[in-house]
Design a protein around this ligand. Structure first.
Ligand SMILES: [Zn+2]
Length: 378
């Protein structure tokens, strides 16, 4: 059944080209160069490629379709940006060592992007997409919470029957059908400065107030339900002998259950309305940046189809729920059956040892092809 020809040498050559482009979210020239690669490839296949410029601080986002009917059987999602700064490629360019390919963005998620192209190109070559409508969405701001592309991704999701996300498979080979939602908040506290030795009673400590916030928020972490709150960055004060007139914190919230977000936001509202330290004023900005991806009945049906295909291809399929966000959450939150982690197997995302397993590229290419075919036929 998996008689499709796969040219691993060509794939690795294309991958080397893509990895050796610095394409951090805040480097539009880089993501534009990655976009250019796919623009050319899909145009050459006769597909329509639209380039959206949602903001000048990020590169283009690509909307690629093989039909003009505006409704899609499958939406394939991926991001062209990485978390790495300019110059990372010069420090550690694409490298192959034994069964691993290394380089910035290889796992998160340039190999996944490339697998989309290889799978669709081979399916089209065999005439297997004639009755299937496909939309591909490649954004350039996923690593900064898809702040400019979210609405567009949601619009495309609503036009699609299924969404497949090509983030890498987990290091153990598992796919992903559940992800936590993400919330991000900034807290600013304003107090009154005073000499801590001469007249401390005239001061109002912003740091003291922030301490109440930190304890109240961390107290809401609940590993049973999967809700975690992390005050990851704090700053404040001017000198050791001055009562702090300002303090700031950044908060990361992860959750499966939306009701728990409301409880946590209520704690923050209460602290704003009733500061625990007299004379201070606090302000909160931010909110939920990604909804949770929780599998529906239809998602679970798709999962069992994927397991069946994996069985036929000799790939054991397992499922992971992860606290990491992805754009799949936008589709899943709209009720579209969504599966993530369909890229090659790898690990080490966002770090210097990021890799994919070369021997996993071809089997996962076949898996993706078969999933698309199955959706098309049913
Ligand atoms: Zn990613």
């Amino acid at each position: 059944m998996n008689n499709a020809v796969f040219d691993l040498a060509a794939y690795l050559k294309d991958l080397e080209y893509l990895i050796n482009i610095d394409s951090g979210s805040n480097y539009p020239e880089g993501t534009a160069q990655v976009a250019q690669f796919f623009h050319q490839k899909f145009s050459a296949m006769g597909w329509q490629v639209r380039s959206h410029n949602f903001d000048s601080s990020i590169g283009p986002c690509l909307e690629i379709v093989n039909t003009d009917q505006g409704q899609y059987d499958v939406l394939l999602m991926g991001h062209m940006d990485t978390v790495f700064k300019i110059g990372t490629v010069a420090e550690r360019p694409f490298m192959v060592k034994e069964d691993k390919a290394f380089g910035p963005g290889v796992n998160d998620m340039k190999a996944g992007l490339l697998s989309i192209y290889y799978a669709l190109s081979s399916l089209q070559h065999e005439g297997k997409l004639n009755q299937t409508s496909i939309c591909i969405a490649f954004n350039s701001d996923e690593e900064i919470s898809s702040m400019f592309s979210r609405t567009w991704l949601e619009e495309l999701s609503e036009k699609s029957r299924y969404a497949l996300v090509l983030e890498a498979a987990r290091a153990n080979g598992n796919l992903v059908n559940q992800r936590k939602g993400v919330g991000r908040y900034k807290i600013e506290v304003f107090g009154v400065a005073a000499h801590s030795g001469v007249d401390p009673e005239k001061g109002c400590s912003a740091i003291q107030e922030l301490a109440h916030w930190i304890l109240a928020l961390h107290n809401k972490t609940n590993y049973q339900t999967g809700t975690t709150v992390n005050v990851g960055v704090i700053s404040g004060g001017t000198a050791v002998n001055v009562v702090a007139d300002q303090a700031k914190a950044e908060v990361d919230l992860r959750f499966y259950n939306v009701a728990e977000v409301e409880a946590i936001e209520n704690i923050m509202k209460d602290l704003v309305a009733h500061p625990r330290t007299s004379g201070v004023i606090a302000k909160v900005t931010g909110g939920v940046t990604r909804p949770p991806m929780n599998p529906t009945e239809k998602t679970l049906q798709l999962c069992s189809v994927v397991e069946q295909i994996g069985c036929e291809l000799g790939i054991e399929i397992g499922w992971t729920a992860t606290g990491g966000g992805s754009d799949g959450s936008f589709a899943a939150n709209l009720g579209i059956p969504t599966i993530d982690g369909l890229g090659p197997v790898g690990g080490g995302s966002h770090g210097a040892n990021e890799y994919i397993l070369i021997h996993s590229i071809e089997p996962r290419f076949h898996l993706l092809r078969r999933i698309i075919q199955d959706i098309a036929e049913n």
